[in-house]
Design a binder for this molecule. Structure first.
Ligand code: ZN
Length: 656
């Protein structure tokens, strides 16, 4: 491991917290040191209060901030002397500790200081860095881990046995640190948890972290336990309905829809197919705080009911011994190791899924290295349980508000690159769904850079391309719960006598046949949607009221309408609802440039404003109006409705 320090970069971080922010980010950049809020840093600064008195302030990482992207506002100032004294109390409950930290914070609105704040306070040095470095965890969680750690570090580091983060750990460190410390001490290892380093300056503390972690890495390398390859995993074929079934079962166990991502990358697949996977994966997490995200163990294979009952047993076994009554969490897995899927990661949001995947990727390395040292030895499950069912975590659950309407669900939108399709994608994202956007236009792939959106360029009329795209979508999010059939074309105005075979065919192919292909590809997935499948067809006012010169368009949309009605009949038994919207005169799409609008308005002898509102309600209908209704049609308001056809046109005399 190398120091990433650069004088030029460091110079860009000004102010009293500048160096603290900079080296915190350096730690955050290395995923083998900290992952997803898994480490923290602090600095002690002397400040004058409003009375001109000197005050020692501890700035410590606040919860909700990641080291990689932390800013000065991410550090919470607390009264150092007071907080340090807390560690000398004979006892302090976690809720009391949280209360004391909150009431001794010096900036209103600052984030809650880390639960490891007391540890930072008791260490005398100005700068303190703390990580959960993979290499140190591998050594610590192997046979004779403590002895190995002491061999590696000698008196460079104070060694503390495993104690759950919080008051007891801080109190133990406050006693042990002065006892074990020598003039050579530059760090502190918390067994099965992580490492602390400290120093007078930001660079010193950071580079000591690099040095201590490098020593563990070198030790592993010397024992041939550093780069651990896996046997080649071999070929896989992805069965999307099997993946959707797995997600369906997990969602059922959770009691709410979960997203699921299957990652059959070499490392995950190799580990899932490891001859010893049933043993080495069932020890426990690499470091206990992963448990909040991942649950203690991955499921092997796809037996969700088996996993749920094992989880219930684990809860009952451990809850009995707890000091206060505990409420069981949902019993669904957050990870599955499967011979075909590699790692299947589950979560309520795409971000959560990504976190589970990242954590397990590092866990695999930690486990394999410890195995190479003689055997992976995770913490006893009671410690994992203590973290998973910690008062503070249980309190968070009770406070958590209700999630957005479509949390954990997947919406597929065709023709998503622009216009109504893009507005639909936005409407579903706003309601918490993960969205797959399909379009012939490659712009669909870069519409948003966010974990809950996946854009795939493909030609829906080509079955093979469509199938590849749907596979990709299911691998990424676990299924398709809602589909908006929006992609379509509006050919140039032509009288019937002038319609070319090509124009007729392409209308039918894109507006009708491609939708049949999408429906066929999605039917099995919609059937497995945790809350039942929903389809919204973007039809047209031309279905009830066709226009002259638009025969190909009107005929194709009318045929699509009939297809949707038959689907309502056939798919009701599968719990799938399908409803249609008939928009008219939606002008905020790529089709309608300012010039086209002006010329159409002129043709009717209207101003552009009048032309846009040329309906009974004299209102303008936008893409967003259509999209919002499409999303609502997938929600509880329409739970009892299928085969409905709803106009979105401001009122049209010919339709009325
Ligand atoms: Zn920690």
């Amino acid at each position: 491991m190398k120091s990433l320090w650069s004088d030029a970069e460091a110079a860009q971080f000004a102010g009293p917290l500048g160096p603290r922010v900079y080296t915190s980010r350096l730690l955050g950049r290395d995923k083998s040191l900290v992952l997803h809020g898994g480490g923290n840093t602090s600095v002690k600064i002397a400040e004058k209060n409003l009375f001109g008195e000197d005050e020692q302030v501890l700035y410590v990482k606040g919860s909700g901030w990641d080291l990689e992207t932390i800013e000065p506002a991410g550090f919470t100032p607390v009264r150092l002397d007071y907080v340090r004294r807390l560690a000398s109390l004979p006892a302090l409950s976690d809720p009391q500790m949280v209360n004391e930290l909150a009431t001794h914070t010096l900036r209103a609105g600052a984030p809650a200081p880390s639960v490891e704040t007391l540890l930072h306070a008791i260490l005398p040095h100005p700068y303190v860095d703390h990580t959960h470095a993979d290499a140190v965890l591998s050594v610590s969680n192997s046979p004779d881990g403590e002895k190995r750690i002491r061999d590696i570090y000698g008196d460079k580091a104070v060694v503390i046995p495993y104690i759950m983060a919080g008051f007891d750990l801080a109190a133990c460190c406050a006693r042990e640190f002065p006892k074990q410390r020598t003039k050579n001490t530059v760090g502190m290892v918390l067994l099965s948890h992580g490492v602390f380093t400290f120093g007078a300056g930001a660079r010193e503390s950071y580079e000591l972290m690099i040095e201590l972690v490098s020593l563990a890495e070198k030790y592993l390398a010397a024992k041939k336990a550093w780069s651990i390859g896996l046997p080649p995993a071999g070929a896989v074929s992805f069965d999307r309905e099997a993946a959707a079934k797995l997600r369906h079962d997990a969602s059922k166990a959770a009691g709410f829809p979960l997203l699921c991502r299957c990652n059959d990358g070499e490392r995950f697949l190799g580990f899932a197919r490891h001859p010893d996977v049933a043993r080495i994966s069932q020890g426990g997490p690499a470091t206990p705080d992963h448990v909040i995200r991942t649950k203690p163990l991955p499921m092997i294979g796809r037996d969700v009911p088996g996993f749920s009952s094992a989880y219930k047993n684990y809860f009952e076994r451990n809850a009995k011994k707890a000091k206060e009554p505990k409420t069981i969490l949902d019993t669904a897995p957050r990870m599955a190791l499967d011979r075909d899927f590699g790692l299947a990661a589950f979560g309520r949001t795409a971000k959560d899924v990504g976190i589970v995947e990242d954590l397990y990727e590092h866990t695999i390395d930690v486990i394999l290295r410890a195995e190479a040292l003689g055997g992976w030895k995770a913490l006893e499950e009671r410690h994992t349980f203590d973290i998973e069912y910690w008062d503070l975590e249980q309190a968070k659950l009770k406070k958590a508000g209700s999630p957005p309407a479509f949390a954990g669900e997947v919406a597929l939108v065709t023709g998503a690159a622009s216009g109504i399709g893009k507005a639909c994608a936005e409407a579903f994202l706003r309601r918490g769904a993960a969205v797959v956007g399909l379009d012939r236009n490659p712009a669909v792939e870069t519409l948003w850079k966010r974990p809950d959106y996946l854009g795939i360029a493909c030609d829906l009329a080509i079955q093979k391309e469509l199938s590849v795209a749907i596979d990709k979508a299911v691998k990424h999010f676990g299924g398709v719960d809602m589909a908006v059939l929006n992609a379509g074309i509006f050919p140039a105005t032509q009288a019937i006598k002038d319609i070319t075979a090509e124009a007729w065919q392409s209308s039918l192919q894109i507006n009708l046949s491609a939708n049949l292909l999408v429906m066929q590809a999605c039917h099995g997935l919609l059937k497995l949607a945790p809350r039942g499948g929903r389809v919204v067809v973007i039809g047209s006012k031309n279905v009830p009221a066709p226009g002259p010169g638009a025969a190909a368009y009107s005929a194709s949309k009318a045929a699509l309408n009939q297809l949707a009605r038959v689907a309502a009949l056939e798919w009701a038994k599968d719990g799938i609802r399908i409803n249609s919207l008939h928009p008219n005169a939606v002008y905020d799409t790529a089709l309608w440039t300012d010039e086209v609008l002006a010329s159409r308005a002129k043709a009717y002898n209207l101003t552009v404003e009048q032309y846009k509102k040329n309906n009974l309600l004299k209102t303008e209908v936008g893409s967003k109006d259509v999209a919002e209704l499409a999303a609502e049609m997938c929600g509880p308001l329409f739970a009892k409705t299928t085969a409905a056809q709803v106009p979105v046109d401001g009122g049209n005399e010919r339709v009325v």
